[in-house]
Design a binder for this molecule. Structure first.
Ligand code: PEP
Ligand code: MG
Length: 600
C-alpha cells in the first residue's frame, strides 16, 4: 500500500478492464470463523438468552423481508419461508442450547458444532433431494450467526444504489446474485485472474481487481474509492483533483472501447491472410446477444455451471433444454460449444458435492463427477442433444485426463441418443464431440486422444494450474501463475501439432485467448480458434488483423529456444513494441495494463 497524503493506493491483480469510481459497499458472505470461548457455569443462562435473542431477531428480520420482497424476487420467497421454519427446528435450536449448556461454550462455537454435525449426517445421505436441503440449513445457521454479531443485516437486502463491492472473496454464486446494473466494480482481497469471479466480472464488463490485501481494514460502507482495472490499483481518496483525473481516464477508456467496437464485424485475418475463428465464452443465457454484437462467430465455450449454481437444487432437463435452445437459436447459424458440467474445484455447488475435500481442485470435479453421477450427467446430455436439433451444437467434455474417460463419456452419449431415438425426440445424430485439454496427461496423450474426438479446446486456466502446481484461486501464489512458462508453450505446441496431425481443429478457450499480449504466441503456434469473454472479441480481432502469422511463427521459433519465462517475456515485449504499437499506446489507457502485466 502507498500513502499519498490522504489518498491510499492498494495494489492487486486487474482482472477486468475499465475504471470505476464510486461508493464502497462491503459484502460479508459465506462461511464464518466462529470465535471459540469456554464459559463459566454462571454465564450459561445469559449465553442461552443471547442465542435465543439472535434467533428471534433473525425471525423478525425474515418476516419483514418476506413482507417487503420485491415483485421480481417473489419466486425466491420460498427459501425464506423454509428458513423461518428451520430456525426453531430441534436439530438447530434445541441442539445449540443443549451444547451451550453441556459443553459450556459460547453460542457461535455451539452453532458451528451443530453445523458440522448436520453436515456429517447429510454427507452420508445418498438421496440428492434430501442432500440438497443442507444448503438451507447452512443458510439458516449463517443468519443466526450474523444475528449474534449484529452485523451484515443489510446484506440480505438487494443493493439499491450504484456501488463498488468490496469483499474478502466472492464465490461465483455470490457474484451472480448482484444486479449487474448497479455494480460499478468489484474488489476482493482473495482470488486471481482465472478465478471464476474474475471471469464473471469480465463477462459483465465490470472493472474488477482481486488479491487486494488489507483493503477491508481500510474502507467502510460509503467511502469513495477508485478501481483502476487497467493498472490493478485501488485508490481510497476524497481528493477532487485525483478523482477528476480518473474520470478523464475513464472517459478515454470508454471512448477507446467504443471505437474498437465499431470494427468488431471485421474478420480476424492476419496481414498474411490466415483466418482465425474468434468465438465467445459465456455462462448465462442473458449474455447471448453480446456474442454477436461484439462480433464473435459463435460460442466457443458455454460454461454450463451457472444453472446449477444460481438456484437451490439441481435443474431439471426441461429447464436446461429451454436455456440451451434459447442460446442455440440466439446465435444461429453460428455454432455453440456446450461444455458439460464442470462443478467442483472452485465452482462449488452447495446442492451437490458439499462434502468438503482437502484439495477440491484435485477432487471430484467436472467429468469425474459426471461419470460418477450418471443421472446428473445424462439429464444434461439429453438437454444438450435435444437442443442440437435447433441449431449448430458441439459437445465439450472438461478435465479429461485420458482415453478411458472419453470412452465412458461417449458411451453415455450413445445411451442417451438411443433413449431419444426410442422416444422419437429429434437431435443432431452427427453432433461433434470435443475435449478440453487442461490436464498434463491429456497433453502427453494428445496424439491418441485426437483419434477419439472431433476437436480439442485447450483450457489454459487449468492447464497452467495443473502443470505449474499453482492453485488458480490462491492469491498467495498468483504471481507464480505463468502462461509464458517455457513448458506451457511447449505443451501448447505439442497439442496443436497432435490435433492437426489427426486433422482436427484446436482452439484455446482459457483466459490466455482473450489477453492481447499472448495473441502473437497463439497465432504463431497456429491455433485455429480462440474463444474469450465477448467483451474482448473486438480488441483481439483488431490485434490479429495487425500481425502476420509468419512473423508470429518466427517469434514462436525464437521463444521455443528460451528456457525461462523471463526471457520469453522479454522477447515477447520486443515483438509487441515492434509489431503492435497500437496496443502499447499510453494515450489509449492501455499502456499501463499491458506494461504492468508484461513487465511484472
Ligand atoms: C480453462 O480451464 O482454461 C477453462 C476455460 O475452463 P474453466 O476456466 O471454466 O475451468
Ligand atoms: Mg477449466
Amino acid at each position: 500500500m502507498n500513502n499519498l497524503g490522504k489518498t491510499k493506493i492498494f495494489k492487486g491483480v486487474q482482472v477486468s478492464p475499465g475504471i470505476a469510481i464510486g461508493r464502497v459497499k462491503i459484502f460479508l458472505p459465506g462461511r464464518f470463523d466462529a470465535p471459540k470461548r469456554h464459559i463459566l457455569n454462571s454465564e450459561v443462562e445469559a449465553e442461552k438468552e443471547r442465542f435465543k435473542d439472535a434467533v428471534s431477531q433473525v425471525e423478525a428480520g425474515l418476516k419483514a423481508l418476506l413482507n417487503d420482497i420485491p415483485q421480481e424476487l417473489k419466486e425466491h420467497a420460498a427459501i425464506f419461508t423454509a428458513h423461518l421454519m428451520m430456525l426453531r427446528d430441534n436439530m438447530i435450536y434445541d441442539e445449540t442450547l443443549r451444547i451451550i449448556e453441556t459443553q459450556k461454550i459460547n453460542a457461535e462455537w455451539a452453532l458451528s458444532k451443530v453445523l458440522d454435525k448436520i453436515k456429517n449426517a447429510f454427507c452420508k445421505i445418498k438421496d440428492d433431494f434430501i442432500r440438497e436441503r443442507f444448503s438451507d440449513v447452512e443458510g439458516v445457521i449463517k443468519r443466526v450467526y450474523i444475528g449474534l454479531h449484529g452485523i451484515g443485516k443489510d446484506d440480505e437486502k438487494p443493493l439499491s444504489t450504484p456501488s463498488i463491492i468490496v469483499a474478502n472473496d466472492l464465490s461465483p454464486s455470490d457474484t451472480i446474485q448482484f444486479n449487474p446494473n448497479i455494480i460499478l466494480g468489484f474488489v476482493t482481497e482473495k482470488g486471481s485472474r482465472t478465478s471464476h469471479t474474475a471471469i464473471v466480472a469480465r463477462s459483465l464488463g465490470i472493472p474488477a481487481i482481486v488479491g487486494v490485501k488489507g483493503i477491508l481494514k481500510e474502507v467502510t460502507d460509503g467511502d469513495t474509492i477508485i478501481v483502476d482495472g487497467l493498472c490493478g490499483e485501488v485508490l481510497t481518496t476524497e481528493d477532487k483533483v485525483i478523482i477528476e483525473s480518473y474520470k478523464e481516464k475513464q472517459r478515454d477508456f470508454r471512448q477507446y472501447s467504443s471505437d474498437i467496437i465499431n470494427t468488431s464485424h471485421l474478420p480476424a485475418i492476419t496481414s498474411d491472410g490466415i483466418k482465425v475463428t474468434i468465438k465467445a465464452n459465456i455462462e448465462m443465457v442473458e449474455e447471448t446477444p453480446t456474442v454477436l454484437s461484439y462480433g464473435a462467430e459463435g460460442i466457443g465455450l458455454l460454461r454450463t455451471e451457472f444453472l446449477y449454481l444460481s438456484k437451490k437444487g439441481l435443474p431439471e432437463e426441461e429447464e436446461l433444454f429451454d436455456t440451451y435452445i434459447k442460446i442455440v437459436k440466439g446465435v444461429y447459424p453460428n455454432p455453440v460449444t456446450i461444455r458439460t458440467l464442470d462443478i467442483g474445484g472452485d465452482k462449488f455447488v452447495s446442492s451437490m458435492p458439499f462434502c468438503e475435500e482437502m484439495n477440491p481442485a484435485l477432487g471430484l470435479r467436472a467429468i469425474r463427477l459426471c461419470l460418477k453421477e450418471p443421472g446428473l450427467f445424462k439429464t444434461q446430455l439429453r438437454a444438450i442433444l435435444r437442443a442440437s436439433a435447433y441449431g449448430n451444437v458441439r459437445i465439450l467434455f472438461p478435465l479429461i485426463s485420458g482415453k478411458t474417460e472419453i470412452v465412458k463419456a461417449k458411451q453415455a452419449i450413445d445411451e442417451v441418443k438411443e433413449e431419444l431415438l426410442t422416444q422419437g425426440m429429434p437431435f443432431d445424430e452427427a453432433i461433434k464431440i470435443g475435449i478440453m485439454i487442461e490436464v498434463p496427461t491429456a497433453v502427453m496423450m494428445a496424439d491418441a486422444l485426437a483419434k477419439e474426438v472431433d476437436f480439442f479446446s485447450i483450457g489454459t486456466n487449468d492447464l497452467i494450474q495443473y502443470s505449474l502446481a499453482i492453485d488458480r484461486v490462491n492469491e498467495r501464489v498468483a504471481h507464480l501463475y505463468e502462461p509464458l512458462h517455457p513448458a506451457i508453450i511447449r505443451m501448447l505446441k505439442q497439442v496443436i501439432k497432435a490435433g492437426h496431425k489427426a486433422d482436427i481443429e484446436v482452439g484455446v478457450c482459457g483466459e490466455m485467448a482473450g489477453e492481447p499480449i499472448y495473441i502473437p504466441v497463439l497465432i504463431g503456434l497456429e491455433v485455429d480458434e480462440l474463444s474469450m469473454n465477448a467483451i474482448m472479441v473486438p480488441r483481439i480481432k483488431k490485434m490479429i488483423r495487425g500481425v502476420s502469422q509468419s512473423l508470429c511463427k518466427g517469434l514462436v521459433d525464437d521463444i521455443l529456444q528460451e528456457t525461462t519465462a523471463i526471457s520469453i517475456r522479454k522477447r515477447l515485449i520486443e515483438f509487441l513494441r515492434d509489431n503492435c504499437p497500437d496496443e502499447f499506446s499510453p494515450e489509449k489507457g492501455l499502456y499501463c495494463e499491458l506494461s504492468t502485466r508484461v513487465l511484472m
